[in-house]
Design a protein around this ligand. Structure first.
Ligand SMILES: C[S@@+](CC[C@H](N)C(=O)[O-])C[C@H]1O[C@@H](n2cnc3c(N)ncnc32)[C@H](O)[C@@H]1O
Length: 282
């Protein structure tokens, strides 16, 4: 059994599911990324970083808006996909997508006008370290924009799997990769996380978008993507997983409509020397 609290297990999860993520996950998350891009309201030509880009949910709208967009992800499979998609918009942009741990960015201090992380930094083993890195690479006055699910159990199909497991196996311990970490799922928590990184909170927006109800065989084909990271799922044997999948399929047949709410928080790096030093890592 893999332990999702270990970074290597998490990376393996994203390496394994990158293809499915591009096919099935990206259309859902990019709705939030596009809104985050709009809310940041950056000037054309802004130099931005997308931390934990996945297959480029934020990177692609930024490139289409003619930003000088850079992106990182720790999964080589995600990076390969984000590069290919970036190159379709601007061949040179592919070279600005690199494999890197968001908790140890290698860009110089003050490199970017804005740093985004959409459903990325919230998953890091140490989200505070991820935010501190974003603060470090921002120029004074630059913006940090973070997207996080309102529910600690994730969003969209993950909630269907969670409900099914809770009903079928009420005694099963429910773990989440977000458990025990400083969450960003209320405006107060988001603001406090920004403040710990030395950033001045500006606004937190609640953004709700639909998860398009999929084909009937979606849960069976995509269980690993939707819920494979969950300790509860990993604790189940094949036969019990089958029961969960059947329960999710039955729920979808009722025509259930699913939507998800994310918090999009925006903070600014201070331009005074005091804030500048305060927000930098040691
Ligand atoms: C839920 S996906 C979000 C991807 C994209 N931002 C989006 O909104 O579709 C989470 C991404 O975080 C990446 N990730 C997780 N931990 C990371 C870390 N420590 N450093 C860099 N990337 C990480 C994963 O590889 C995955 O691509």
């Amino acid at each position: 059994m893999t332990d999702p609290s270990k970074p290597d297990a998490m990376r393996e999860h994203w390496e394994r599911t990158a293809e499915q993520y591009e096919a099935e996950g990206d259309a859902f998350t990019r709705q939030f990324a596009e809104e985050a891009w709009r809310l940041a309201d950056l000037a054309k030509g802004a130099k931005i970083l997308d931390v934990a880009t996945g297959v480029g949910a934020l990177l692609l709208p930024a490139l289409r808006a003619e930003a000088e967009a850079h992106a990182i992800d720790f999964s080589s499979a995600m990076v390969a996909r984000a590069r290919r998609r970036a190159a379709e918009i601007d061949p040179a942009a592919a070279y600005r997508v690199t494999q890197m741990d968001g908790q140890a960015l290698t860009f110089a201090q003050g490199s970017f006008d804005a740093a985004f992380s959409i459903f990325g930094v919230m998953l890091f083993p140490d989200p505070d370290a991820g935010l501190a890195e974003m603060a470090h690479v921002l120029r004074p006055g630059g913006l940090a924009i973070v997207g996080a699910w309102q529910s600690a159990a994730g969003a969209g199909p993950a909630l269907l799997f969670q409900d099914a497991i809770a009903t079928l196996f009420p005694d099963l311990e429910f773990g989440s990769p977000l458990a025990g970490r400083p969450p960003f799922n209320t405006p107060e928590r988001m603001d406090a996380a920004f403040a710990r990184a030395g950033l001045a909170p500006q606004a937190v927006h609640h953004v709700t978008r639909p998860w398009a109800t999929p084909e009937a065989d979606w849960p069976r084909k995509n269980a690993a993507l939707a819920f494979g990271w969950s300790p509860a799922w990993q604790a189940l044997g094949e036969a019990d997983r089958d029961r969960v999948i059947e329960a999710v399929e039955a729920r979808l047949r009722t025509g259930v409509q699913i939507e998800a709410t994310a918090l999009i928080g925006i903070a600014r790096k201070g331009s005074s020397r005091r804030n500048w030093i305060g927000s930098a890592r040691a």
